[in-house]
Design a protein around this ligand. Structure first.
Ligand code: HEM
Length: 408
């Protein structure tokens, strides 16, 4: 039976002392990390308390980039294997919620299909075809809400394609994904976690069915390859990894496409440069993900007593990393709130995490975002922003509605 770490209860007197020692962290609220336009609160915390006590998450909050790398890096002395891990509660036991040899065993079979060269060869064409097909469906309208019409189906259908799944029911998949993502928010309410568990069960059923189908009709997809040669993983374990590969690939790609396009449309001079040289799309998306990280919050727990950024943290305590705050650390990113595609070091942001759990799909993410944006900019002449809500979200962050128009 697997032993999970149980988060330590902090005695009241110690908790009070921490509030007094870290007044800026003590004053932080959920809304400071979740709502649009409140990022300034994190800037103030980072300046004085790069790791701080944040009572609203019942743990430590890391806002400095160096401290964040220390927490996420290999052999950091922190773990994901805790009973209180919200990603595990929402999405189950899989490579992202186990450590060490067990994580390596679960991740390994999925590594080569997501290598840069393999991804380019296998997916560049289907990604471009899917983008064309989606744009064809709305191009005559002259205006569209881009999440519903493009970003969501682009992310969901491509995740389905790479895994060999027939995920055509985009609204159903969207609702499953929203429920799972909702379980990762620190709202202090058990209902979102129960909804995430129900969504996970629904998804498991779909994925087990797809695995069986792939066993009968083997093809070249990742699911078909694993169905044929499970490399020591049981069906339930394969499905658990498919769940995280899919989960990792949907909400985040949606965010990456919408955020990068919105920021470019809000900065016409930089958009003109990108139009003139589409190779700049690489820098543009990296910078957009630095400023508005699609995954904005990462969870870890201390295995033993540990000093982080000069602060002694006892064993079995929760340490949350605010990627949003770390990516705006002025020590690494001068004028951190500016969107600047020529910054030159945007890839030093932690948007794909760092260390053993660093994103498996980084090459896929870059390729898909590049092709999606390149197709939108090419096919929609004179594209401009009609309206976009400001990016928000605690665990996952993006603008939810982006309406654009073009010369039809
Ligand atoms: C812009 C898009 C993406 C972003 C910003 C992103 C971000 C992340 C982050 C921050 C983590 C680590 C979380 C942690 O350390 O606790 C992660 C892990 C992961 N990502 Fe991504 N991701 C993206 C796209 C993708 C895609 C396209 C795939 C698959 C095709 C994918 C698959 C995964 C998997 C499987 C993991 C778990 C790795 C492990 O624990 O070993 N991601 N991603």
């Amino acid at each position: 039976m697997e032993q999970l770490l149980t988060q330590r209860e902090v005695p009241a007197a110690q908790e009070q002392a921490r509030r007094a020692r870290f007044p800026l962290g003590a004053a932080l609220e959920y809304a400071d990390l979740a709502e649009a336009g409140r990022e300034g609160a994190l800037d103030r915390v980072r300046e004085h308390e790069p790791i701080t006590w944040a009572p609203f998450i019942g743990g430590w909050l890391v806002t400095g980039r160096d401290a964040a790398r220390e927490v996420l890096g290999r052999n950091s002395g922190l773990t994901v294997e805790a009973e209180q891990n919200l990603v595990r509660a929402a999405a189950g036991r899989m490579m992202l919620t186990v450590d060490g040899d067990e994580q390596a065993r679960m991740r390994k079979p999925f590594e080569w299909p997501f290598k840069g060269s393999v991804v380019e060869d296998y997916y560049a064409q289907p990604i471009a075809e899917l983008a064309e097909e989606l744009i064809d469906a709305f191009i005559a309208l002259g205006t569209v809400e881009l999440d519903d019409a493009f970003a969501a189906p682009f992310a969901i259908q491509m995740a389905g394609y790479s895994l060999g799944l027939s995920l055509d029911d985009v609204p159903a998949m969207t609702s499953i994904y929203s429920a799972i993502a909702g379980g990762m928010d620190y709202v202090g309410d058990p209902e979102p976690i129960r909804a995430a568990e129900r969504a996970c069960e629904q998804l498991n059923e779909i994925l087990l069915g797809e695995l069986a189908k792939n066993r009968l009709n083997p093809g070249h997809s990742l699911t078909a390859v694993l169905a044929k040669d499970p490399q020591g993983l049981s069906d339930d374990e394969i499905v658990a990894q498919l769940r995280v590969v899919m989960f990792g690939a949907i909400e985040t790609i949606q965010a990456s496409v919408l955020t990068t396009l919105t920021l470019l449309l809000q900065h016409p001079e930089q958009l003109a440069e990108v139009r003139a040289d589409t190779a700049l799309l690489g820098e543009a998306q990296e910078e957009a993900r630095r400023l508005i990280p699609p995954v904005s919050f990462i969870e870890r727990w201390t295995l033993a007593d540990k000093v982080i950024a000069g602060v002694e943290i006892p064993a079995r305590e929760f340490v949350g990393v605010s990627v949003l705050a770390a990516n705006r650390d002025p020590a690494t990113f001068p004028q951190p709130t500016d969107f600047d595609i020529h910054r030159g070091n945007a890839n030093k942001g932690l948007s794909f995490s760092f260390g053993p759990h660093a994103c498996l799909g980084i090459h896929m993410a870059r390729l898909q975002t590049t092709i999606g944006l390149e197709r939108l900019l090419t096919r929609l002449p004179g594209i401009k922003l009609v309206s976009a809500d400001a990016p928000s979200g605690f665990a996952f962050r993006r603008p939810t509605r982006v309406t654009v128009a073009w010369d039809s």
